[in-house]
Design a protein around this ligand. Structure first.
Ligand code: SF4
Length: 499
């Protein structure tokens, strides 16, 4: 969505009655937040080629980023520092072909899927980043956003650094490479870099003979370790381990650096904070991660069921059917149903073939993106009072359409329940929660939002319920409360790399 389009929404929305009509007339955008990235690294001690395994791992992480992807591999028995990499714009199955793997020989490698929240969506910004420097070659894949990257990049640039990309991940790569000149090992260089950078990062780094994983001290983004036969894997989500038939070993701790060599897993916890300071992104549990993943020992599916149960306890309403907006609303809808005793059903059929290159209908045309993606099962909702559960409302550009689709299909009442609290603040840590003025909940009451989306009632998850979703694990809830685990930048620096 362009800045101009957003501005139009805000200005018009202030004019009372015009609000709802103009919301309908808004640009056809998905109102879903985008995750920034997924990472995958593997080291096979039996010497098997790993490129195709990385491909399947990335395939399982595709939900974390659909703009670009890449794989870099190296042969630990070959000449040090020779890395073969391939990356491109598009989905994993669009970028790679079987031929790609014929030329990618190596028993160690990293892969990445990307959605851009910092840095433009372009091929040069695709990862993994491959860096040649005096000690050899590094390949790095990063999930998260740094909050001091603009300053660090300026410092490096004044020092003569030349950047190939406009992404903050290159700042991390630079700091690792610089430190590596003076340190005895790569993992020490990673530690040095971690002392410089601030914000959210889950990293996998490939050096000629080592695979390294690192997670920021707050643990914003997930990172876990798996094992298949004699190969170790470090990746964003456990669903990628399941996909390649690997067993889960453990999560990487917030602040931990794990180094995988032939001698096994080495751990450095010197950057770990006291547990109560950790701040996992709660939105991983609510929406981003796949429901079949576990993050820090907690089932994402279970968290979503719980969110639905809490909604039923805190925002009960009499109705005939509970439905989820697919896919992420489904588990919460089931939770609502289990708690309330109101039957759970399917109201929407989703077209799963709407990809990155989907041509969005023009405002003037009679087609609608929402309708192309979702259709209502008339037979399921006709004459019924419906409770519709979605995971979030960001700008509110689609909720009103979905509500009216249900009503047009004959629903008597539509009660919307949202399995997260209202978004009131932006995110600086790798999620594209936009500036406040673009958030539907900013400066509006729940009743005003309800009126705008045309629902018969509206209820959000209570902020105080969030900790319960992770069983008490410390979380970040900055986009709901404005209280961030570390001070956000004074200005909204997102996108500043483009300047
Ligand atoms: S501000 Fe919100 S989206 Fe960003 S890391 Fe915190 S909980 Fe996640």
């Amino acid at each position: 969505m362009s800045f101009r389009a957003v501005f139009y929404l805000v200005v018009i929305s202030k004019k009372g009655k015009l609000m709802k009509n103009n919301l309908h007339a808004q640009m056809e955008v998905s109102d879903k937040l985008k995750e920034e990235c997924g990472v995958f690294g593997i080291y096979d001690f039996d010497g098997n080629d790993v490129a195709s395994t990385i491909y399947y791992g990335l395939f399982a992480l595709q939900h974390r980023g659909q703009e670009s992807c890449g794989i870099a591999v190296s042969d630990t028995k070959g000449p040090k520092g020779v890395v073969q990499s391939y990356k491109g714009m598009g989905l994993v199955n669009e970028v790679f072909t079987e031929d790609t793997f014929d030329n990618m020989k190596g028993d160690i490698g990293v892969g990445h899927v990307r959605y851009s929240t910092a840095g433009a969506s372009s091929r040069e910004n695709a990862q993994p980043l491959v860096l040649n420097y005096i000690k050899g070659t590094l390949a790095l894949a990063h999930n998260g956003n740094l909050i001091n990257a603009v300053r660090l990049r300026e410092e490096l640039a004044y020092d003569g650094a030349i950047f190939q990309t406009t992404i903050d991940s290159e700042v991390i790569a630079y700091h690792i490479a610089r430190a590596r000149v003076k340190t005895a090992t790569v993992e020490e260089a990673v530690l040095h870099a971690m002392k410089k950078v601030e914000g959210a990062y889950s990293l996998v780094v490939m050096s000629p003979r080592k695979l390294i994983g690192a997670r920021d001290p707050y643990g914003f983004k997930p990172l876990c370790i798996g094992k298949r036969d004699n190969a170790y894997i470090i990746t964003s989500e456990t669903c990628a381990l399941d996909t390649i038939g690997a067993e889960f070993v453990r999560d990487v701790l917030p602040g931990e650096i794990v180094t995988i060599t032939k001698d096994g897993i080495k751990s450095d916890t010197s950057m770990c904070l006291p547990a109560e300071k950790e701040a996992r992104c709660i939105f991983e549990y609510i929406y981003f991660a796949r429901p079949d993943s576990r993050i820090d020992g907690r089932s994402v599916y279970h968290s979503r069921i719980l969110a639905g149960r809490y909604l039923a306890m805190d925002s009960p309403v009499e109705a005939d059917l509970v439905v989820g907006v697919p896919e992420s609303g489904n588990a919460a809808a089931l939770g609502y149903s289990l708690e309330s005793g109101i039957p759970y059903g399917t109201a929407f059929v989703k077209n799963g073939y709407v990809g990155r290159t989907f041509i969005k209908p023009k405002q003037s045309s009679r087609e609608s993106s929402v309708r192309v993606k979702l259709n209502v099962l008339k037979e399921a909702v006709e004459g019924k009072r419906i409770i519709m559960i979605d995971d979030s409302i960001v700008r509110g550009t689609t909720s009103d359409r979905i509500v009216s689709m249900l009503k047009e299909a004959g629903a008597k009442e539509v009660h919307m329940r949202v399995s997260s609290p209202p978004f009131l603040w932006p995110c600086y840590f790798g999620t594209d929660v936009p500036a406040r003025e673009q958030l539907i909940a900013y400066n509006r009451t729940i009743e005003e939002i309800r009126e705008m989306i045309g629902a018969d009632s509206l209820g959000y998850l209570k902020t105080e319920r969030l900790e319960q979703l992770t069983g008490g694990l410390p979380i970040c809830k900055g986009c709901f409360t404005g209280n961030y685990p570390l001070d956000p930048p004074e200005d909204d620096i997102r996108g500043d790399f483009e300047k």
